[in-house]
Design a protein around this ligand. Structure first.
Ligand SMILES: C[S@@+](CC[C@H](N)C(=O)[O-])C[C@H]1O[C@@H](n2cnc3c(N)ncnc32)[C@H](O)[C@@H]1O
Length: 259
C-alpha cells in the first residue's frame, strides 16, 4: 500500500503496514478510520482495554495522582488515552504538554492546562522545553518507542528526556514490543497453545530468523537504554504489563526514575 493511500483508503490491513511518523500523519487524516485505527491499532487491541491501560499508566507514573505537576506525553495520538490524561490533569491541576503531529493534535480537545507542541520528537525538543517552562515531573510515551527506535536515536531520546526531568521525576516508555520476549513466549508451551487458539490451526508459531529483526527492539536495546539511564544517575526498571492487557505476553514497560 502506498503511503498516500493511508489518508484515504477505507480498508487498511494495519498488521501489514509499516508505520512511521509520516504514516501516522496520514492515518490521522483518514475520515474512514476509528480513533484506534488512526493510531495504528485494530479495535480489538484497544476498544475494551483503554481504561485498564490508563489505570496501569497511573500506577506506573505515581506523580499523575499528585497535584500541580508538569507532565509531557510524547506521541499521545488521538484515541482515548490522551483524553483520559487531559481530564486527569485538569482534575489534579497539572500542566500537560502533548507532543505529536499537528494532524493528531488537532483531534484532541483544547483546554487551558493543555499545551500542544507539533512536530517530530526529539527534533522539536526546544519547543517542548519552552512549553514546559521548566523541569518536568513526568514523561509518558506509550506505544511510541518502537517508532523512535527506527526513526530517531533512542539513546539520544533517553538523554533528552532525562535532562528535562526535575529531581524525583519519572518516565514511562510503555507498551514496547520486545522481540526477545515474543520469541521466549512463542517457544513455550503456553505460547504455542496461544498461537494455535488464535489462528485455529495446529501450526507452530513462526519465529524470526537471525538477522531479520533489524527494526525491532529486543532485550539488548532495552538493557542498553537502562544502562544509559543508569549512566545519567537514574534508576531504570523493565516491568511487565498486567496479564489482562492484550499484548502483555510480548510487550514490556520501561520505567525511569531520577532520584
Ligand atoms: C501507536 S500510536 C500511540 C498513541 C498513544 N500513545 C496511545 O497509546 O494511545 C504512536 C503515536 O506516536 C506518534 N509518533 C511517532 N513518532 C513520533 C515522533 N518522532 N514524534 C512525535 N510523535 C511521534 C504518532 O504520530 C502516533 O500518534
Amino acid at each position: 500500500m502506498k503511503k498516500e493511500d493511508l489518508a484515504t483508503s477505507k480498508n487498511i490491513n494495519l498488521a501489514a503496514v509499516e508505520l512511521d511518523y509520516e504514516g501516522f500523519r496520514k492515518l490521522a487524516s483518514n475520515p474512514h478510520l476509528t480513533v484506534h485505527e488512526r493510531i495504528g491499532f485494530p479495535a480489538a487491541y484497544r476498544e475494551k482495554f483503554e481504561q485498564a491501560i490508563f489505570e496501569d499508566i497511573c500506577r506506573k507514573l505515581p506523580c499523575l495522582r499528585e497535584t500541580n505537576k508538569v507532565i509531557v506525553d510524547i506521541g499521545p495520538g488521538c484515541a482515548n488515552l490522551p483524553r483520559m490524561l487531559i481530564d486527569l490533569c485538569a482534575r489534579n491541576g497539572h500542566v500537560l504538554i502533548l507532543v505529536d503531529s499537528q494532524e493528531m493534535l488537532d483531534q484532541l480537545p483544547d483546554a487551558p492546562h493543555v499545551r500542544k507542541v507539533n512536530g517530530f520528537f526529539p527534533g522539536n525538543v526546544e519547543a517542548v522545553r519552552t512549553a514546559a517552562g521548566g523541569p518536568v515531573h513526568a514523561v509518558l510515551s506509550y506505544s511510541v518507542l518502537q517508532y523512535l527506535f527506527v526513526e530517531a536515536n533512542p539513546f539520544r531520546v533517553m538523554d533528552i528526556v532525562i535532562d528535562m526531568l526535575v529531581e524525583g521525576g519519572e518516565v514511562m516508555f510503555g507498551d514496547i514490543p520486545n522481540a526477545s520476549k515474543r520469541k521466549r513466549f512463542f517457544l513455550s508451551e503456553g505460547g504455542i497453545q496461544f498461537h494455535r487458539n488464535f489462528t485455529g490451526s495446529d501450526d507452530l508459531p513462526t519465529l524470526p530468523s537471525i538477522g531479520s529483526g533489524q527494526n525491532m527492539i529486543d532485550d539488548s536495546v532495552l538493557l542498553g537504554l537502562m544502562t544509559r539511564a543508569h549512566s545519567h544517575g537514574c534508576d531504570a526498571y523493565l516491568v511487565p504489563q498486567p496479564s489482562t492487557l492484550p499484548m502483555a505476553n510480548r510487550r514490556d514497560d520501561l520505567l525511569v526514575r531520577k532520584p
